[in-house]
Design a binder for this molecule. Structure first.
Ligand code: GDP
Length: 525
């Protein structure tokens, strides 16, 4: 095996998805601690800093300590090189969050066991599902009273329509938490081993799947309840199938408590056993490029602007798909054919930025950008000449009317608008005839970043008028009749001139569907 081959095989690249407050930051920190990437918890981001001045996103960045360094975190564990990509929640949720999922090979879904599946998890899950990547579930906060584990599993299956397979099962919960019955490793993992007069965390199960009769837990009614649940699962539950896990059709479920660091290491080790190696990537022509291919290639999935206000630089995040990236190498930008030298690149770690020397498929590198790159761009080395397929378009949920404050500055307004739209920072729609500009986003922060960048980078002050949340649905241009539009369903076209309606709410959409049953209403992702 070549060195490249060996290196690629070590890579495990994934994102952690969750609803805000389910415990993503806490679990990420635990993983980084295990990997030796940080020395103490609280390093990842100090985001719980209360209210921040919404108008100034640079301030937001500073205050919350969100930085490019926490967008991608890398560490070594068990002979694997792990890349965790952050998918921000809260106010900083944006299309970039979705696009990050295009750059990973697996996802870990963290669920608050008291709350079950929440809205944002559902959205992110949908994107993972569309990609067909393996999804692993961590049911968090076992140290608190939560919902019945069987309930959680059936909700998972019903709401997300994915089969599940518990790898372990909680023995009690909240104050009554005793441990995990780990059917995958055939052992019980104790929450408080000292309670039983030993430091040994793990007790092996016998052939009957029982802990030894002399163990005090053996008499515990909680334990016998677990055995009943496990028996039920064995009889009525799904069978484990690595193939289905890899296809993203079966999610292995782990229980634990990130805060008290219980079950997290078991999760990490088992996850790394199953997590896939870097996958092949599809070109525009539909061909697959193997991660072992010798020529370098990769695509840009995220552009983070204004990292350094003095220089107005941006960082383009590139997922390496093949070959070996070397510092200073020459590459081509597929969209323009332009040749560029990749000398200024960064590799990401939890608490420092280091210069990357070498990266292979699965790794993420940050490229300093002075305005050359767009979301979805492919870079390749030599004469490889590949172009990866476009990243999907997402259905925005929030809309604003936007105009230039100073009518004399239309030129800079249009330039900024065009570039930010191309870059994927915001989506642009125009009304028919009057050509009014409407911008769309999946998260509020996108608007704030847009406004800030328009002013700072293009010297264009914009006026934004909120239109609230709308449901966007595309229609076939052939079926378009402008008389179909009203104030409850505004007709606009996207930047590819495709018609869509912005519905005031689901009620308006149903009304429309009843009135025009032949018109198919299509959502993007
Ligand atoms: P994120 O928004 O998903 O990144 O969530 P955080 O990791 O910031 O956690 C949100 C809150 O839940 C914080 O106050 C955490 O301390 C708390 N938390 C996280 N994991 C656990 C857990 O396992 N048990 C308990 N009791 N609290 C937790």
């Amino acid at each position: 095996m070549t060195k490249q081959h060996t290196e690629v095989d070590k890579r495990r690249t994934f994102a952690i998805i969750s609803h805000p407050d389910a415990g993503k930051t806490t679990i990420t920190e635990q993983l980084l601690l295990f990997g030796g990437a940080i020395r103490q918890a609280g390093t990842v981001k100090g985001k719980k800093t209360g209210n921040f001045a919404k108008s100034d996103w640079m301030e937001i960045e500073k205050q919350r300590g969100i930085s490019v360094t926490s967008s991608v975190m890398q560490f070594d564990y068990d002979g694997k090189r792990v890349n965790i990509l952050d998918t921000p929640g809260h106010e900083d949720f944006s299309e970039d969050t979705y696009r990050t999922l295009m750059a990973v090979d697996a996802a870990v879904m963290v669920v608050d066991s008291a709350k079950g599946i929440e809205a944002q998890t559902k959205k992110l899950f949908k994107v993972c599902r569309m990609r067909g990547i393996p999804i692993f579930t961590f049911m968090n906060k076992l140290d608190r009273d939560g919902r019945e584990p069987l309930d959680l599993l059936s909700e998972l299956e019903e709401v997300l329509e994915i089969d599940s397979y518990p790898m372990n099962w909680p023995i009690g919960m909240g104050k009554g938490l005793e441990g995990l019955y780990d059917m995958y490793h055939n052992r019980v993992e104790l929450y408080h081993p000292e309670k039983y007069g030993s430091e040994e965390r793990f007790i092996s199960l016998n052939e009957d799947g029982e802990i030894p009769a002399e163990h005090p837990l053996h008499q515990d009614s909680i334990y016998s309840q677990v055995l009943e649940d496990v028996e039920l699962l064995q009889e009525a539950g799904n069978e484990f199938s690595e193939e289905l896990v890899m296809a993203g059709e079966l999610t292995p479920v782990f229980f634990g408590s990130a805060l008290t660091n219980f079950g997290v290491q078991t999760f990490l080790e088992t996850f790394l056993q199953f997590a896939p190696k870097p996958s092949s990537h599809k070109t525009k022509e539909g061909e697959l490029v193997s991660p072992y291919e010798e020529e370098f290639s990769g695509f840009i999935f995220k552009i983070q602007a204004n990292m350094n206000p003095a220089h107005r630089d941006r960082i383009a995040f590139l997922r390496v798909c093949s070959g070996t990236f070397e510092r200073g190498m020459d590459v081509h930008l597929a969209r323009t054919g332009k040749k560029m030298k990749l000398s200024n690149s960064t590799q990401f770690m939890a608490d420092s930025r280091a210069t990357v020397q070498e990266a292979v498929a699965g790794d993420i590198i940050g490229l300093y950008d002075t305005g050359n790159y767009q979301i979805g761009d492919t870079l390749f080395g030599g004469n490889f000449n590949v172009s990866y397929e476009d990243l999907p378009q997402f259905t925005p949920e929030l809309f604003m009317k936007v105009t230039a404050k100073n009518v004399m500055k239309q030129k800079s307004f249009h330039k900024g608008m065009e570039q930010l739209v191309q870059e994927g920072a915001i989506q642009l729609y125009k009304t028919y005839h009057t050509e009014d500009y409407i911008i769309g986003a999946v998260g509020q922060l996108q608007f704030e970043v847009f406004q800030h960048r328009m002013l700072n980078e293009y010297n264009s002050e914009v006026i934004m008028t909120p239109m609230g949340s709308k449901t966007a649905r595309w229609i076939d241009p052939e079926q378009l009749d402008e008389k179909m539009s009203s104030s409850r369903n505004i007709l606009v076209k996207d930047r590819y001139d495709q018609p869509l309606f912005l519905f005031e709410n689901n009620f308006a959409m149903r009304w429309f569907a009843d009135k025009y049953p032949d018109v198919e209403l299509k959502a993007k992702l």
